[in-house]
Design a protein. Structure first.
Length: 136
């Protein structure tokens, strides 16, 4: 089975056979590559969107975060975005963002500024609440 077929089939089965959809997602997780964070991010997306299972979506993202190399700031930013968009878990997103920031080189500062511009949360006074960095 093509890797993407796991997700297509799980999404199709989610309404008629949730147990089979869950089985397919677990298989997809087992075949996911540590070097490709999109694999587990997509698993998390299907867990949330099709099966409304936040716990398994969070588990996928945490596994993704844990098995990503500490110096892979691009992958860590992708996972940070997944925490924000898929499960709306700001504490996990902030933790992952800090890991990405620690791995960043000075040449990558603009990427982080753009990320903060897109995803940074502000209070009514414009102060950052989430994903802040005094280093940028």
């Amino acid at each position: 089975m093509r890797f993407s077929a796991y997700f297509e089939e799980a999404a199709r089965l989610s309404a008629i056979d949730p147990a089979q959809a869950k089985k397919l997602l677990r298989e997809a997780e087992a075949h996911s590559l540590a070097s490709v964070p999109e694999h587990l991010n997509h698993c998390a997306k299907v867990w949330m969107a099709c099966l409304h299972d936040r716990d398994n979506a969070m588990r996928c993202l945490l596994l993704n975060e844990c098995r990503t190399a500490a110096d892979d700031q691009a992958a860590l930013l992708e996972i940070t975005e997944a925490y924000l968009v898929i499960v709306r878990d700001f504490a996990s997103a902030e933790r992952c963002f800090k890991k990405a920031l620690a791995a960043a080189t000075p040449a990558e500062t603009e990427r982080f500024r753009e990320f903060l511009e897109k995803y940074g949360r502000k209070d009514e006074n414009g102060n950052s609440l989430y994903l802040e960095s005094a280093d940028l």
